[in-house]
Ligand binder design. Sequence first.
Ligand code: KIV
Length: 299
Amino acid sequence: MSERTPVTLPRLAEMKEAGEPIVMVTAYDYPSARVAEEAGVDIVLVGDSAAMVVLGYPGTEPVSMDEMVMLGRAVRRGLKTPLMIGDMPMGSYEASNELAVCSAQRLVKETGCQVVKLEAGGTSVERARAIIRSGIPVMGHVGLTPQTATALGGYKTQGKTAQSAIQLSEDALALQSVGCFAIVFEAVPAAITETIVERLEVPTIGIGAGPGTAGQVLVFHDLLGITTGRAPKFVKRYAEVNAAMVGGVRQFAEEVRSGRFPEADHVYSVEPAQLDEFRRYLDQESLVSRSAWDWEPLP
Ligand code: KIV
């Protein structure tokens, strides 16, 4: 495969202008980053969805900055070409512009991500502006914003009433006006997304927002079928990796228990002469130590 040039922000804007779909996936460790790299995606998000899909928390709220940094560093080691986005975890930006800038700088400095993402409109617009002014590009995220899902009434489609669609569109326009280079639309009716996207200049990336956005994103573990159970409506499974993994480990367990593993192909050999010499040595050693024991005078 020929060397690809690293994806930049002007390249994403160009893609949007040219109607060339932008492909984004999440990644949370070195192997998922390598898969994203080899598959040729444009953007990799170290999403706070890590909280659920790799750390086993019930929602995205508990994941800490330290955890996001650890995951981000692993992703960085596996990526060369896609633009890498660090997701700002809940609690790392909402309280003040200073906190937001410090957190964004920490993500960039410690993980090597090039840009950050934060959720929602409202005060997040001010936080995005502050981070962008500090020199770090920001991706916005509107619609279903999991960090504030409780306030939104749960993990529900957003923008279903005219009133909530107006709010959504105002948030998106505000994020664009402070300089966000792109905006994620999550769980929004396709027709609402299309209507808003027509009025935006920046690239939009959809997840459960229909085909009208400039690009699409899915969570790595959802699209590959690593997560199990009921998935959101917008998830399409392109593989059944969980079944393959469970099958593989189950077969390993069976083969160990039945003595079929390891086979000849999986063991190291040693020169017979070396083995003989080693055994002779051990035989002599055990003679010497047995004799020493026998001759030890009793106390
Ligand atoms: O954390 C995440 O995975 C996300 C995507 C759903 C956009 O924010």
